[in-house]
Ligand binder design. Sequence first.
Ligand SMILES: NC(=O)c1ccc[n+]([C@@H]2O[C@H](COP(=O)([O-])OP(=O)(O)OC[C@H]3O[C@@H](n4cnc5c(N)ncnc54)[C@H](OP(=O)(O)O)[C@@H]3O)[C@@H](O)[C@H]2O)c1
Length: 346
Amino acid sequence: MIKIGIVGGTGYTGVELLRLLTNHPNTQVEIVTSRAEAGKAVSDLFPNLRKHYALNFSNPSQTDFSQCDFVFFATPNGVAMKTVPTLLEKNIKVIDLSADFRLKEVAVWEKWYGMKHSCPELLADAVYGLAEINQVEISKANLVANPGCYPTGILLSLIPLLQTKIIDTQRLIADVKSGSSGAGRKANVGALMSEVGESFKAYNISGHRHWPEICQILNIHADNPVEFTFVPHLVPMIRGIEATLYATLLQDVDLATIQTILLEFYQNKPFVDILPLKSHPETRNVRSTNICQLSIHHPPENNRLLIISAVIDNLVKGAAGQAIQNMNIMSGLPENMGLNQVGLLP
Ligand SMILES: NC(=O)c1ccc[n+]([C@@H]2O[C@H](COP(=O)([O-])OP(=O)(O)OC[C@H]3O[C@@H](n4cnc5c(N)ncnc54)[C@H](OP(=O)(O)O)[C@@H]3O)[C@@H](O)[C@H]2O)c1
């Protein structure tokens, strides 16, 4: 049994880790932390987990993680970096769902996250946990930086097309919509039902923290630095992200050929589902699953512009599910172990 600790077990990604791990046959959650709920039973706070966990939340500052094989950080940015070096010294593997280890350049990280990084020496060794792309590196890693929710769907869509050099690296545009759980469970006026319900807005148009993360990875897969525009939106739903991506084709390539490229690229990847041509992915079809569904299109009378629509569940493939997929890969287990949930419909 893989022994697991979760720091930040009362947040949306933390409780999603707990929910998903009930289906994992090779894991045992030993520790789950919360400062505000320390001492309270997990099932008192989350009745959906009754009969699955006989655990109480513990205070992270008074918790010894030595018994754990893996610790997941489902905490705000700037928390994991303070404890990760000590855990790695004890040979405990770490998967960080926050952004502390996603960027390679410390100056870029400090600029976008507005704080000093406390262990920049670990940035070089941390592996970016986009499981379909970095599987070999992840399998050898002790520290995995789980990707952000927005970057996951965008990167899975664009990387195969950049690698095969059929799209222009310039004028890449991502118009992306997220449900409100993307902002976490903490009290926040902007996330109240009366603020987000029956409304729809773009935000952080002139700079979202996921922009440098996405550019960093796209640049690795393109020959020259990409020019990438990213506009996130908040839509009145709880879970789900839909990314509409625009890319210019470098030559006349028909959709069937691009479809074949994508199908071949992801042929052994259980969690990327390339839909038939003319399909329109819907967030509800991947709700509660670790799957990214995507489809490709041209606008009318413009065969040079490629439009991709991709959907994920931000809390699963965009966070906790991908983190468990990474744990499986780091442990030499099938990457889909415990992650074969079918989407909840209607
Ligand atoms: N929500 C998403 O869709 C999503 C997707 C991908 C990645 N992420 C990232 O994943 C991380 C967690 O997101 P979330 O949405 O689950 O956040 P959240 O709902 O706000 O939960 C944060 C959790 O961290 C704990 N926490 C807060 N400050 C802490 C500290 N200083 N030390 C230890 N624990 C602390 C909180 O419990 P206590 O305060 O009681 O300790 C809570 O359990 C964030 O970095 C987020 O950016 C989120």
